[in-house]
Structure formats: C-alpha cells, structure tokens
Design a protein around this ligand. Structure first.
Ligand code: MCN
Length: 775
C-alpha cells in the first residue's frame, strides 16, 4: 500500500478555508425567527433563591420570554446526567439547566431572557428582580475538608464526595527498607482554559417533524445528544447534533453544559430557534476550570537516588458540581507512577466540593499535576543527595527492555496500566544532548556577567492516549471519484480534516485533494464519543484505516470482475485499480463507484453490496502510551523577577507520525499551555468565593512575545496496539512543561533557594525567594 501521505508534513487542508473567514462557527448560524438568549447568573457563591420577578423585564422592548427552571418542567426536570459516572459517586452531583432553589457558585445560571436581539436581552437582565439569601461559602478545598466547615451544598453530610485510592506493592516495607525518604507538600493553583472561541449553542425545533436540531461548540456533541435525549425523554434519532467549526476546546468543551440544555429547553418552550453565545466574562465565570490541588507526599529512594516508592495524599478542589464525574482527579491518580518503575506506591485523593465553578479536564486532564509532583520529587532526591537531576531520572525509569511494562497502577476503569513500548531514557538523553547541557555552566557564567541568573530544567512524562471504547469512521467513494470520510470525532483545531484524509488517501491510492472529511454531524455519522484524551489519531485514525481497507478490498473485487483478472493480480494506485505490471489494464475508482451506485448501466456483480463505501470501528480496548522529555533554559532578572524562557527542547514519542507538521503544532501549543500554567495563569477567588481574576487584565495568558522557539525531536516507536502504530500527541507537550520550567527556575535560583513546590510562579514570588536566599 502507498505511504505517500502517511508521515508526510502535509499543510493543513482546512487552513485556507478557516484563515480566509470561510469557517462556520456556531455564531455564524442564523435561522429565520431566531431569538437570542442571555443568562441571569448568580452573583453570590452560595445562596438560596427567595424570589425571582421577571415582570419589569418582560415589558421591555424586544423581550419575548424570561424563563426559570419551573417553566421547563413539561419538557424535563431534575439534575443533569453525569457524563462519566464513577462507582464512588453514589448520587449525581450535577446541577439543573437553571438553578432551582440554591445557587452554588458565582456564575451559575438562574434564569434566561429571550429577545429579538442580544442587546435587548442584555438590557433586560438588570430589570429582573432576584432576591437571594446568602449562605456560608466554601471558598477552597482545604477549608471544605476541615472539621466544622460549612457545606457547599446545604444539607450534605460532608463536602468530600469521594476518596480515590491508588496503590501497588507493599509501600510500608519499601519505605522501611529505603536508604532515604523525603517529604514535600505542593500547591497547584486553579486556572482556566480560554479557547479563542467561547462556548455557544443554537437549538432549533423542527415544527413539521418534531425533531430538534442543535449546533454546539463542543468536543462531545454526541454526548450532548445522548444526555439531552435522556433528559427530554426522546429518542436520540429525534435530535440532530452538529459541532460545526470550533475555535479551540482544550478540555472544558468536552463537558455537557447546563446552557446546552437550557437553550434546547427554551427553543422547545418558545417554538423558535434560540442562540446563545458565551461572552468572555461568562467564560471566566461559568466554563469549567482545572486543578487547585494540595499534595502531601513522601518519596523513598535507594542510596543511588533511584526512586523506589511514593506515598501520600491530595486534596482536590472539585468545585460546586461534578458534571464529568471524578474524571479529573481519577486521571491524576491513574498517571502514577509516570515513567518510573516504582516498587510501591500508595496515594489517595480527597475530592472536595467547594462553591467555585466546577473543575473538569483541561489539556492534560490531571496528568500535568501528577507529572509536576512526581518530577519535583525527582528533583528533591537530586537536590538532597547532590546528584544530577537527569541521573535520578535515568536510574528510576522503566527501561526499554522491560516493555510491555505493567506498572501496578490502575486506569480510571480499574484495568491495569501496561505501558506498550518506548525508550524513556532515550528521550531524556536526546533533550540533554540537544540543549547542550554539557555547555550549560559556561552559559550560566556568561549570563552572570550580565547580572542574570540562568537555569536549566528537565522533566519527563508518560501519557495514556487513545482512550476507547471507539471513534468510528466511514469511507465512501462517490461516483465522481471523490472520497468522503465521515466520523463522529469533532475537531477543535487538531487538523483531523488533514490527518484522517492522509490515511484514507494512502489506503485508496488517491490524491489527497480528492478526499473530504466530514465530522461531528449526527445526520452524517451516527455515533461519536469525544475529542479528549489525545485519542482521535488512535481511534478514528485506525477506524479510517479499517474502513478504507474494506473499500479497497471491495473495489478490487469489483475491478477483478470488470477486468476479468484475479484479485491478487490487482493493485490500487492513482485512483485506479490496475493489473500489476500492466498499468493500461485498469479501471478508475469512479467507474467502480458508478457501477456500485447502480448508474453505470452494468449489473452490480453478484454478492457485492451496492455503494463503494464501508464503515470501520476500531475497538480501542488497549491504550497507547506516548511519552517524552523536555528541557529548557530560563534567564531571570534578579531585580524584577522577570523570567524569560530562552531555550526549549522537546523529545516526544507518539508512535508513527501521521503528519509531523500537525504533531509539531500540537506539541508546541501544548508546551505553551504548560508555560502558561507555570508562569502566568492563576484563577483567584476571595473568601466569599468571588472571582478576583475575571478579565485578561488580571488573569494572564501566555502571549507569543513571551514564548521561546520550541525545538521538537521525535522518536517513532510504533504502538503495537492499533493498526496505524500511532500514539496520541495532543497533550504530550503540556504534561511535563510546568515541571520543566519550575525545575529550570529552581536551578537558576541556586541551591540555597527554597525548594519550589507551587505554581504558577510570579515575578514577585521569585524576587521574594531571591531575597530569602540572600539573607
Ligand atoms: N497526530 C499525528 N500523528 C500521531 C498522533 C497525532 O499526526 N502519531 C495528529 C492527529 O491526527 C490529530 C492531531 O495530531 O490531527 C492530534 O491528535 P491526538 O493526539 O489524537 O488528539 P485528538 O485529536 O484526540 O485531540 C484531543 C487533544 C486534546 S485532549 C486537547 S485538550 C487539545 C488537543 O488535542 N485541544 C486542542 N489539541 C488541540 N489543538 C487545538 N488546535 N485545539 C484544541 O482545542
């Protein structure tokens, strides 16, 4: 089979359309009679709704309706479903589409206004009379877990909704026999996500058929459909869902949100199409966020600094609801023991309700948190035993000859973690070499002559990718000879329209320009899961390969009939099936497609089904483990704490690369996310649960000017667990990046500086550490 495109750095096919303004995002959808919705949101973190009077708002110009949850009871009521139910969550901890009685975070939707224009709806918000009684607030997880804490949900016995536990081996025996034991506590602060396009939904009832159409800026449109169908008591087939072009998701758009349900309910209630587009302030208030974790850990190692065991506890701020079950803390837990061969570990995570916006996965989904604490523990060992940081890691890694390696850890579903392939030490050696660690002290001395502190950092990680159960695809050759690939997997910028096309083009021997990918429209492809967990390359990519091979086999069968040749004598190339060695004896795929469409005037060969098309569902029942190491250099101005990342090198193994250009973009974007988490992004709240950083003046995002060039090196160890040998690439840049940057800052500050156990790290904080060091 041709490999003309698989592995080639093909420029993204979707870019000309998107970059010239021809994308269709939710806000581009305009329907006749469409009304605009805005939400009245809670201004208090915890309160009881005493009354809501919309009468003044209803008399304002252009206002069509003001809805509270009570107005929707004939369509659906009660809490929303949990996306990933967890056995430890006995009852759903989800909200209603609009709050009933109690609000539990600033920004929770209480009512919605429908108007002819958005401006009119916005104006009417202020006219709704809302009386809320303030209730005691749980403003952070440590407060929430303390004895006598108020309850984030009135009437609950406890704010702890679950305690997750992950253990392997005899941890007490390992710690008792270890040469050294070191303890550290870590604080990882809350951050957001901030996709370029905020969320948005359009819902349109179809009066003739009774169906409902929904366009949503989502990573999980089919999940939205499934849960909405259940909520409304309808058949999934009666709901059409589409994720049109989506301008970034990065995790939070994987959730099924109250606003998606509320807009659908409002459309059903008023009989009009309804549009809601989240504004940036709402994004700060009501789009889910990540982390706020407090870890107390102990690491054991032998005399040579080889990590033997880790034990301890984490307190995880869940926020006010658990729309995605326990997936975020469970993923953090499942990320142990990272790339290290630990004899034992024992970790628990207390998941605590607070009166803050819920936390759910953001790029890396808890893995960056686990990598941060594990990598800091590796650096602790190096610092205490005066060993090179790289050496501690090298001595502790799972070795290439141990693959496949069962870590003793468990995945979220309880299955054992078994790494499939790779050479973790090789990735570290590559970055050590490429960043010229050997020449670093010379560069440090030179920086010192300029009054600057230079530091070098390292971090490594391993990542489960390609989560099941499936992401299917169909491949169809049209009678005009075009190839249409359809899948349920939605793209938010990952370049699926290119990479999935590359796989199909190779399998069918056609030019890439002949292939179109249609995604995330339930009328075009019936099933889908979600674009999360760096899974689409492995799952949908493998399904495209399977479907395209079936189409290929079918085309060869029909061509054999037409050419009166044996199937084994045929090959597929340049859009034709031809006799090997006799290229003139050929039949174009378009002809075969015409025959199979019944329009060629010749009979369809007996035993062959019409349509040159097939569907593939790769059963993704085993994960593909990507891994990598990163190294960076930082330069710090000790007077101001200003920290510049001057060099950044990544070594990454995502198996066979479908498209190196796209993978490099994924890794680069991922690293930038990690740098943001290390240096900038900090979502703060006061003791009343009021957000303090709800604009970009206070909440800092990394910008292009702060970003270094990121040098990327690939190791290609094919995964034996899928037909295309791929592992995911969408999050691997992010996962170790915070640990890498913090390791470099620590190195710059020198051995006398306090050990850094938190992020993000501000310039003020750096100056404070330098002052402490100088005292
Ligand atoms: N790829 C490849 N070869 C590989 C692996 C991946 O060419 N061996 C390509 C894939 O074909 C795909 C891209 O790289 O085009 C990412 O693939 P994959 O790692 O499978 O990740 P997903 O497609 O499942 O995307 C999800 C992942 C996640 S979890 C987050 S969060 C994230 C990310 O992708 N959000 C993103 N990258 C993002 N990129 C953009 N632009 N926008 C987001 O919201």
């Amino acid at each position: 089979m041709s490999t003309r495109y698989f592995g080639a750095a093909v420029p993204r096919l979707e870019d000309p359309r998107l970059l010239t303004g021809r994308g269709t995002y939710v806000d581009d959808i305009v329907l006749p009679g469409m009304l605009h919705a805005v939400f009245l949101r809670s201004s208090v973190a915890h309160g009881r709704i005493r009354s809501l009077d919309p009468s003044a708002a209803l008399s304002m110009p252009g206002i069509r309706a003001v809805y509270a949850m009570a107005d929707f009871v004939s369509f659906g009521s009660g809490p929303m479903p949990t996306m990933a139910p967890h056995p430890l969550l006995k009852s759903p901890i989800t909200c209603s589409p609009l709050a009933v009685d109690e609000v539990r975070y600033v920004g929770e939707a209480i009512a919605m206004v429908l108007a002819d224009s958005r401006a009119e709806a916005e104006d009417a918000l202020a006219a709704i009379e809302l009386d809320i009684e303030h209730l005691p607030v749980v403003a952070n997880a440590r407060q929430g877990i303390a004895d006598g804490a108020p309850r984030a949900h009135s009437g609950r016995d406890s704010n702890v909704i679950a305690t997750l536990r992950g253990s392997h081996g005899n941890v007490d025996a390992v710690f008792a026999a270890a040469a050294h034991r070191f303890s550290e506590t870590f604080e990882i602060h809350r951050g957001g996500c901030h996709a370029m396009e905020c969320r948005g939904v359009v819902a349109a009832p179809e009066p003739r058929s009774g169906e409902l159409s929904l366009w949503t800026s989502s990573q999980s449109p089919y999940m939205v459909r499934r849960h909405l169908a259940t909520y409304l008591g309808r058949d999934e087939a009666d709901i059409r869902v589409t994720a049109p072009d989506v301008g970034g998701g990065f995790g939070p758009k994987a959730n099924v949100y109250p606003e998606e349900f509320a807009v659908a309910l409002a459309a059903l209630a008023c009989g009009h199409p309804v549009k809601w587009i989240e504004d940036r302030q709402e994004h700060f208030l009501a789009t889910t966020q990540q982390r706020d974790q407090f870890w107390s850990l102990e690491v054991a190692c032998d005399a040579a600094g080889r990590m033997l065991g880790v034990r301890g506890r984490c307190i995880h701020d869940n926020g006010a609801y658990a729309p995605y079950g326990l997936i975020l803390p469970a993923t953090a837990l499942a990320s142990f023991p990272g790339p290290y061969a630990l004899a034992a570990f024992d970790l628990s995570i207390d998941v605590v309700l607070t009166n803050l916006v819920p936390t759910t996965p953001v790029r890396g989904a808890g893995r960056p948190n686990a990598a941060f604490v594990l990598e800091r523990l590796a650096d602790t060992i190096a610092r205490r035993l005066n060993l090179p940081r790289e050496e501690v890691r090298r001595r502790s890694f799972v070795r290439a000859e141990q693959m496949p390696y069962v870590t003793g850890g468990k995945m979220r579903d309880g299955s054992p973690v078994a790494y499939d392939s790779g050479d973790y030490a090789k990735a570290l050696s590559l970055v050590v070499d490429k960043i010229d660690a050997a020449g670093f002290e010379e560069r440090r001395a030179e920086a010192a002559t300029r009054g600057r502190l230079l530091g070098l950092g390292f971090a490594s990680c391993v990542e489960d990718t390609g989560l099941g159960p499936f992401e299917g695809a169909s491949v169809r050759v049209t009678p005009a000879g075009k190839v249409v690939v359809a899948t349920g997997a939605a793209s938010q910028g990952q370049g699926h329209a290119t990479t999935l096309a590359q796989i199909a083009a190779d399998a069918l021997g056609v030019d890439l320009s002949q292939v179109t990918v249609k995604a995330a429209d339930s009328r075009i492809f019936p099933l889908g899961i979600s674009t999360i967990a760096s899974r689409v390359a492995v799952t949908a990519g493998s399904s495209v390969e399977i479907a395209a091979r079936k189409v290929r086999d079918k085309a060869i069968k029909v061509a054999a009939h037409i050419l009166e040749a044996g199937e084994h004598d045929l090959e597929i190339e340049n859009g034709q099936v031809r006799v090997v060695g006799v290229p003139d004896m050929n039949v174009p795929l378009s002809t075969i497609a015409r025959v199979l469409s019944g329009s060629a005037g010749v009979p369809i060969p007996a035993g062959v089904e019409p349509d040159l098309a097939a569907t593939g569902y790769f059963e993704a029942n085993q994960l593909a483990f990507a891994y990598g190491s990163q190294a960076c250099e930082v330069e710090i101005d000790p007077e101001t704490g200003d920290t510049r990342i001057t060099r950044y090198v990544v070594a990454h193994d995502c198996g066979r690369l479908i498209n190196p250009l796209i993978v490099d973009g994924q890794i680069r974007g991922g690293v930038v996310h990690g740098i943001g988490n290390a240096l900038f992004e900090h979502m703060r709240h006061d003791e009343a649960g009021q957000p303090l950083t709800a604009t970009y003046a206070d909440y800092l995002l990394p910008g292009a000017a702060e970003m270094p060039d990121i040098e990327i090196h690939h190791i290609e160890t094919p995964s034996p667990r899928n037909p295309i040998g791929a592992k995911g690439a969408g999050e691997g840049g992010t996962i170790p990046a915070v640990a890498c940057v913090i390791s470099a800052i620590q190195d710059a500050l020198g051995p006398a500086a306090p050990f850094i156990t938190m992020h993000p790290v501000s310039p003020e904080q750096i100056v404070e550490w330098i002052d402490q060091t100088r005292k």
